[in-house]
Design a protein around this ligand. Structure first.
Ligand code: SAM
Ligand code: SF4
Length: 433
């Protein structure tokens, strides 16, 4: 039998891209490809790109520059570009980098195998009528007991800074029965902790179901122990979803709820359609039903027109919430978005603000991690650690936890007493049953 062909995938950006890369690997698997760890010995190299900030987009071209040598040495190696830069730039990518053989957008990647088989350059950035999820092969291997499952794609919110509504298209929810089938399949393959994904996941409305109904039905799947979801918009946190945080034990006490800014003036200019006050009231309602919930957010600093006072308002909001984690970014003007028309603020001022904000978040994160010391938590073992007998897992609050447990198994859910907190992880001892 001939050796299988090798596929190397590099994934940039968000968790939805991680999920898409897994599905593309499965689709190519049906055509005889196996995954490879390096581009050098691969028959096909696929770059699954991100367009959210300028730097993310630039990475594609620096990687393509590096791949030139490989293509010159082995012209039969296929080079593919997928993801949001593929969607935004289409055939332009091939003009800038002639080594590229195919360009495929996030809605068309079920066509990847036939595009790879074609002997001519291929571009597909359509939003096809058919649903790619119906046409992709069944889920295969998973990476350990945690998995992502995309339930919703696209976004209709049009925040003034964001390319997602243009690259991922209008908001679409997947059919709930198909999601349940995919989830059951993953659980049969050993998944215990499932994160439901969507650019605007809490706006989920597949077949008239809300996200909370989907979560409650998933919670009935035997063997599935934990459910999470990301990313949510504050305006779609409906009462039924908040209630689920209070009474659905499998819904984990971790919520990523981006606010972007604490200044009402900036939130208005961002077209976020919520205020700092409405966000804080929402957090109060969520904490009323789940006091130990760990909150995380996204922040943009240096949005056009942001003053020192606006930035102070953001710091005040952060102090009021006390976050367990956050992603923070310097504003990056994206072509085609309304905010890109506005004059940018001084880059050095934005850099300085980003550092201040990140230092505050780090302080809060460490404080909340330190507060776990002495507590008993649930841990799902993900992999063996570097030291003999050591297991590494995730707590309910998504903290990384190191446990000395020579008999521990990957995929096992255990109770652990937290003994120490370091910069970005916890250490604990297994509590014997
Ligand atoms: N749907 C999510 C929401 O409502 O927050 C986020 C989706 S986006 C992929 C992830 C994060 O990237 C955003 O929350 C925002 O903080 C950041 N982001 C988006 N556009 C940006 C831009 N032009 N410059 C800097 N950061 C940006
Ligand atoms: Fe982008 Fe999120 Fe705003 Fe949608 S809600 S436009 S994905 S930041």
């Amino acid at each position: 039998m001939a050796d299988p062909k090798k596929l190397f995938i590099k994934t940039y950006g968000c968790q939805m891209n991680v999920y898409d890369s897994e599905r593309m690997a499965e689709a190519m698997g049906a055509d005889g490809y196996v995954l490879s760890d390096s581009a050098e010995d691969a028959d096909m190299v696929l770059l699954n790109t991100c367009h959210i900030r300028e730097k993310a987009g630039e990475k594609l071209y620096s990687d393509l520059g590096r791949l030139k040598k490989l293509k010159a040495a082995r012209p039969d190696v296929k080079i593919g570009v997928a993801g949001c830069v593929a969607q935004a730039e289409g055939a332009e990518i091939m003009r800038r980098s002639p080594i590229v053989d195919l360009v495929v957008g996030p809605q068309s990647y079920h066509r990847l195998p036939e595009m790879a088989r074609a002997g001519t350059p291929q571009v597909d950035t359509d939003f096809p009528l058919e649903d790619k999820f119906d046409l992709l092969p069944e889920r295969k291997a998973t990476r350990g007991p945690m998995a992502f499952l995309t339930v919703q794609e696209g976004c209709d919110k049009f925040c003034a800074f964001c390319v997602v509504p243009y690259t991922r298209g209008a908001e679409v929810s997947r059919d709930p029965q198909r999601i349940l089938t995919e989830a059951r399949g993953l659980v049969e393959k050993g998944v215990r902790d499932l994160t439901l994904l969507g650019q605007n996941v809490n706006a989920y409305h597949g077949d008239g179901w809300t996200l909370s109904k989907l979560i409650r039905e998933l919670a009935k799947v035997d063997g599935l122990e934990r459910i999470r979801y990301t990313t949510s918009h504050p305006n779609d946190m409906e009462d039924d979803l908040i209630a689920a945080h209070g009474d659905e034990p499998k819904l984990m006490p971790y919520l990523h709820l981006p606010v972007q800014s604490g200044s009402d003036r900036i939130l208005k200019a961002m077209n976020r359609k919520h205020t700092a006050e409405s966000y804080l009231r929402l957090i109060e309602r969520i904490r009323a039903v789940r006091p130990d919930i760990l909150l995380s957010s996204d922040f943009i600093v240096g949005f056009p027109g942001e003053t020192d006072q606006d930035f102070e308002d953001t710091l005040s909001l952060i102090r009021a919430v006390n976050y367990g984690a956050a992603y923070s970014f310097k504003y990056s003007a994206r072509p085609g978005t309304p905010a890109a028309e506005k004059p940018e603020i001084d880059g050095d001022v934005a850099d300085a603000r980003l550092q201040i904000l990140q230092a505050l978040i780090t302080e809060q994160q460490r404080g909340l991690q330190q507060a776990m010391v002495g507590r008993e938590v649930g841990v799902l073992y993900e992999k063996a650690g570097r030291e003999a007998g050591q297991m590494i897992g995730k707590s309910d609050h998504l903290h990384a936890v190191f446990v000395n447990d020579p008999h521990g198994r990957v995929g096992e859910m255990v109770r652990v007493r937290i003994l120490a907190s370091s910069s970005n992880s916890l250490a604990g001892a297994r509590i014997s049953e």
